[in-house]
Write a protein that binds this ligand. Structure first.
Ligand SMILES: *[C@@H]1O[C@H](CO)[C@@H](O)[C@H](O)[C@H]1NC(C)=O
Ligand SMILES: *[C@@H]1O[C@H](CO)[C@@H](O)[C@H](O)[C@H]1NC(C)=O
Ligand SMILES: *[C@@H]1O[C@H](CO)[C@@H](O)[C@H](O)[C@H]1NC(C)=O
Ligand SMILES: *[C@@H]1O[C@H](CO)[C@@H](O)[C@H](O)[C@H]1NC(C)=O
Ligand SMILES: *[C@@H]1O[C@H](CO)[C@@H](O)[C@H](O)[C@H]1NC(C)=O
Ligand SMILES: *[C@@H]1O[C@H](CO)[C@@H](O)[C@H](O)[C@H]1NC(C)=O
Length: 588
């Protein structure tokens, strides 16, 4: 097995080459930083030497379009990540391929050659999403959706050409492809995204595939003994009315009494099951906790899908087509999600790229048993550089405090707020009548409450004309306490031509809660925020004109009438991750 440790000199040379290549690739683009804020409607991309929105430690291809994460896995010491990619443009296209990258830590990445490209009648119009399963004898395989010559969606198998290559660079399409064609009860062009397979007690493999019939969304179950000959189950594994197509289903067990992950095939009294669905009509990833009834081959969720803000989501901001895998190296389940752009298609063409992946997140079941928790993987902490700390600082209502001394455009911030008595929170008689996203979008003037809003102003300009407020507000209801978590984009940029939808959610808090935490990972044009130790998360894309590079600032604020105390704040500048082509980052 090769080690990843790179000799310093080689690395420096290759980094230099990479920087020069990036410079050449990017030099057309970038934004005029000294924009006149009175005249911003006319500000478009101008020729500068740098792209202020290209991220520094989030996964991105060298250029062009990226969407769904595919087949993440850990195999013989190497993490593999595949993704939907249009190698020809910064927009979606009709020849989508599987790009492939490898890593030893899920943060620094080496881009390899494409793993799957359209080549056969069964995938000639694109290789769409799919998943990896590791078969007995440590044999990884991929099931993916091919768009065939009739534009029907079919499921295909691919296997590594050389199992001794730890990078699994080359993949062979199975001679019997397509293995699965659309069954009767499914539309031929809405049948895609096979999950990781799980192994039942009867020795058979099972996968589910997203589908649509009429207005119904369906997850169709297939079984196989040999992974090649698949038999459709007569009844859908799961179905919802009036949702239209189910995309990228993900089905996995979670431990009921541990934060560790478990293998996808585990089924016993120590686990519950999670079904995640990406509803294209909603553009969000919803998850259901529930019971896998293996003798009936279906899934019974604890709560039905309502199509309202009550449904549980992995993330209440931009986050779609996510996929998890069991990382047996560290006994954890890891979740990836695609984060798209909020600027215009024309902007993407000029930037030369579109689409990010979140920092991989560890996911586990909360002690309450009724929601999942998420936290950025610990490896991201290796990027931490200079650090600023604040402790025991009272924030009166109406105050703002700058967190200076770090690179605010590329940072990791964790704050612990000490709360006043929760009884002083405002009363919400009937929270089921209130849409949290609308509550978060209230005009600033009518927003000041009792306990909160308090939180962070990220990617803010010095004069605060640009700011992304990520904050909490505490409410009491007749029988419980609620926290509202928001990410407000109305002031995120002086530019007008952006999607500035404000995001928000409610979550229950413990009546005895004394402190609440907020963590944000800030990286140029993305902010990933985690409330109350990971009980809720919101991912934002923002494109400030002023708050870029050294002109980006970070503040803590409190606009509630009650004061809150910063019991502890730690903020770090984050280093750039090493993400480059094979050959530019060398492995000795
Ligand atoms: C398979 O990979 C190993 C390790 O990289 C290499 O030594 C070997 O030559 C490869 N075999 C073939 C047939 O390419
Ligand atoms: C495929 O599996 C089904 C169900 O196990 C079986 O009836 C059928 O004979 C198999 N077909 C082939 C070609 O092996
Ligand atoms: C369930 O399976 C997991 C993983 O194999 C194991 O750690 C756990 O002890 C099992 N629990 C029971 C009750 O068998
Ligand atoms: C978790 O719960 C299961 C079933 O109740 C039990 O068998 C197992 O020992 C528990 N594990 C731990 C680490 O508490
Ligand atoms: C991508 O972004 C656009 C604009 O912000 C939004 O309307 C759309 O729903 C997003 N799509 C996904 C899959 O997130
Ligand atoms: C805080 O309150 C002040 C005064 O009303 C207002 O100008 C400011 O926009 C508010 N900030 C946030 C983030 O709510």
């Amino acid at each position: 097995m090769k080690k990843f440790a790179a000799p310093l000199l080689l690395m420096m040379i290759s980094l230099l080459v990479f920087v020069m290549v990036s410079f050449l690739l990017n030099s057309r683009n970038g934004i005029e930083a000294s924009a006149d804020s009175n005249n911003i409607d006319h500000v478009r991309f101008k020729v500068t030497d740098e792209q202020p929105y290209r991220t520094s430690y989030h996964f991105q291809p060298p250029q062009n379009w990226m969407n769904d994460p595919n087949a993440p896995m850990y195999y013989k010491g190497v993490y593999h990540f595949f993704y939907q990619h249009n190698p020809y443009a910064a927009t979606f296209g009709d020849k989508i391929i599987w790009a492939h990258s490898v890593s030893s830590d899920l943060i620094n990445w080496i881009h390899l050659n494409n793993a799957l490209e359209p080549s056969e009648p069964y995938d000639i119009n694109s290789c769409w999403s799919g998943s990896a399963t590791i078969l007995p004898g440590e044999k990884p395989v991929i099931l993916y959706t091919g768009i065939d010559h009739n534009k029907h969606q079919v499921q295909n198998l691919a296997t590594p050409k050389n199992l001794s290559d730890p990078f699994l660079r080359e993949w062979t399409k199975h001679p019997q492809n397509p293995l699965i064609t659309p069954p009767n009860e499914v539309e031929e062009d809405e049948f895609r995204d096979p999950t990781t397979a799980w192994h039942g007690k009867d020795g058979k493999w099972r996968v589910i595939i997203g589908a649509q019939k009429g207005n119904k969304g369906k997850a169709i179950l297939y079984q196989s003994e040999d992974f090649v000959n698949w038999t459709v189950s007569p009844k859908p594994f799961f179905a919802t009315d009036n949702t239209r197509v189910i995309e990228c289903p993900d089905f996995f067990p979670v431990s009921i009494n541990s934060t560790n992950g478990v293998d996808t095939s585990v089924e016993n009294s120590s686990v519950r099951h999670v079904l995640k669905i990406s509803y294209q009509s909603k553009q969000h990833d919803y998850y259901f906790l529930g019971k896998y009834v293996s003798d009936k081959e279906n899934f019974v969720p604890d709560e039905k899908f309502t199509g309202t803000s009550k449904d549980l989501r992995f993330d209440y901001g931009k986050f779609y087509a996510s996929k998890s895998f069991f990382d047996y190296a560290k006994n954890r389940r890891i979740l990836w999600g695609w984060v798209n752009e909020s600027d215009t298609t024309q902007d993407d063409i000029e930037k030369g790229w579109a689409g990010l992946q979140t920092i991989p997140r560890k996911v586990w079941l909360d002690k309450s048993g009724n929601r999942l928790m998420q936290w950025p993987i610990e490896e991201v902490e290796n990027l931490r550089g200079s650090k600023i700390s604040i402790t025991g600082k009272k924030l009166e209502g109406g105050s703002t405090l700058e967190v200076s001394g770090i690179t605010a455009s590329q940072a990791d911030v964790e704050v612990l707020f000490e709360l006043p008595d929760l009884e002083s929170g405002e009363l919400l008689e009937d929270p089921s009548e209130v849409d949290p996203q609308l509550l978060c979008s209230k005009p600033y003037a009518s927003r000041n409450g009792q306990i909160g809003p308090f939180g962070l102003l990220a990617l803010a300009s010095k004069d605060l004309t640009e700011q992304t407020a990520v904050f909490f507000q505490i409410y009491k209801t007749p029988n419980r306490y609620l926290c509202l978590m928001c990410s407000d984009h109305s002031r995120s940029s002086l530019r007008q031509d952006l999607d500035k939808t404000t995001y928000g959610t409610f979550f229950d808090i413990d009546p005895n809660l004394k402190e609440i935490s907020l963590r944000s990972l800030i990286d140029k044009s993305i902010i990933e925020s985690f409330g109350d130790e990971g009980r809720a998360s919101i991912t934002s894309r923002v494109y400030p004109l002023l708050a870029i590079k050294r002109d980006a600032h970070l503040y803590v604020f409190n606009n509630g009438s009650q004061s809150v105390i910063i019991s502890k704040l730690n903020a770090w500048s984050l280093k750039q991750a090493e993400i480059g082509l094979e050959g530019s980052i060398r492995c000795a």
